[in-house]
Design a protein around this ligand. Structure first.
Ligand SMILES: [Zn+2]
Ligand SMILES: [Zn+2]
Length: 344
């Protein structure tokens, strides 16, 4: 089978490797599409150093092709569409048992071990995954929608961390694809959503997905404006979807008393910011983060997208054949695109 690996800085290569066999309890998926996440984009540019070659890809969707020993045929019918969660989920650690498998101690062990090897991953024709990590999708779901199961699951985990209540004011900082998915999640949770985003096209896209107010942080003082809109209180929940540490400070400043600030994006570079403990004391705000999707978030995402409760296809900007993977990565890096996928 073929895999697309990042072979050197800004260069991918197609390699032939043996098609994986589904082991006991595993499901073999014939991958039809995989979107390019920021993580893989950073490995492509080597901003995130990983031993190469590296077969990335975790935003995959395809069809169940074969079942390993002991997998129930009715629960995982051959020919059914499916997405897969490729993080490790040991099932026995403290975090797995609390339903926060995204924090499983071994979550990234597979990805770390795969660096420098041609281990099957999302960017290839087949992958064998444990059945408990396979999520069935509706037969009529498009791959343009299906590749969002993983990224939307990441966002739903973040939305859960935000604990939005009906009628809350929510600020989303950053209108990239993750920011817009936060706008969608916050709207579904019954909030008034304010987006902070300077780019006009992104602002328009966010409005199309329900953003109530879009503020341009280049033109105005967003903290002041959010306070003004919320009668001086600030927002009940603020999500920072950008990797900019200065904006993390801004996010804390615009959070209302008893509110929650969720640091969604990982930071590149990770410059520390000053936080006043007295401010936390006086306001009782909660500062938290969100990393990867829990199993529950993945399951909810698969259901919401299968039922087309929201149509994310407009966020899938471009699609490429695996032979055009270099172009796909370059386009994914461009601010003109939201998500770019490779077809297999
Ligand atoms: Zn992702
Ligand atoms: Zn675990």
């Amino acid at each position: 089978m073929k895999v697309v690996a990042i072979a050197e800085e800004r260069k991918t290569k197609i390699f032939e490797i043996p098609k994986p066999e589904p082991g006991p309890g595993q499901v073999l998926i014939r991958i039809h599409a995989c979107a390019l996440c920021t993580f893989e984009q950073r490995v492509f540019t080597q901003t995130t150093k990983k031993a190469l070659p590296y077969v990335g890809g975790h935003e995959l969707a395809g069809v169940i092709e074969e079942l390993g020993e002991g997998v129930d045929e009715e629960s995982f019918p051959v020919g059914a569409k499916a997405a897969a969660r490729v993080l490790k989920n040991c099932g026995t650690c403290y975090y797995c048992r609390r339903g926060q498998e995204n924090l499983c101690k071994g979550a990234y062990a597979k990805s770390a071990a795969a660096a420098g090897t041609l281990t099957p991953n999302g960017l290839g024709e087949y992958i064998a995954v444990d059945a408990n990590q396979v999520f069935l999708l509706a037969d009529d779901i498009s791959y343009e929608q299906a590749v969002f199961v993983e990224p939307f699951a990441c966002v739903l985990n973040s939305i859960e961390r935000g604990q939005i209540e009906l009628g809350d004011d929510v600020v989303v900082i950053g209108g990239g694809v993750m920011g817009i998915l936060h706008v969608i999640g916050a709207k579904m949770s019954g909030a008034r959503v304010i987006l902070s985003e300077p780019d006009q096209a992104r602002a328009e896209m966010a409005k199309r997905f329900g953003a109530d107010i879009v503020l341009n942080p280049v033109e105005i003082d967003v903290v002041k404006e959010v306070k003004k809109i919320t009668n001086g209180e600030g927002a009940n929940v603020v999500f920072n979807t950008t990797p900019v540490t200065a904006l993390a400070s801004q996010a804390i400043e615009m959070t209302a008393m008893m509110g929650r600030m969720v640091q969604y994006s990982s930071m590149h570079p990770d410059n520390p910011v000053e936080v006043s403990p007295n401010y936390i004391h006086n306001t009782e705000i909660v500062i938290t983060g969100s990393k990867s999707p829990s199993v529950k978030a993945f399951d909810v995402s698969a259901r919401v997208l299968s039922k087309k409760i929201v149509n994310l296809e407009p966020l899938l900007t471009e699609s490429y054949a695996m032979e055009e993977a270099d172009k796909a990565f370059e386009r994914a890096l461009s601010t003109e695109t939201y998500r770019v996928m490779i077809r297999f």
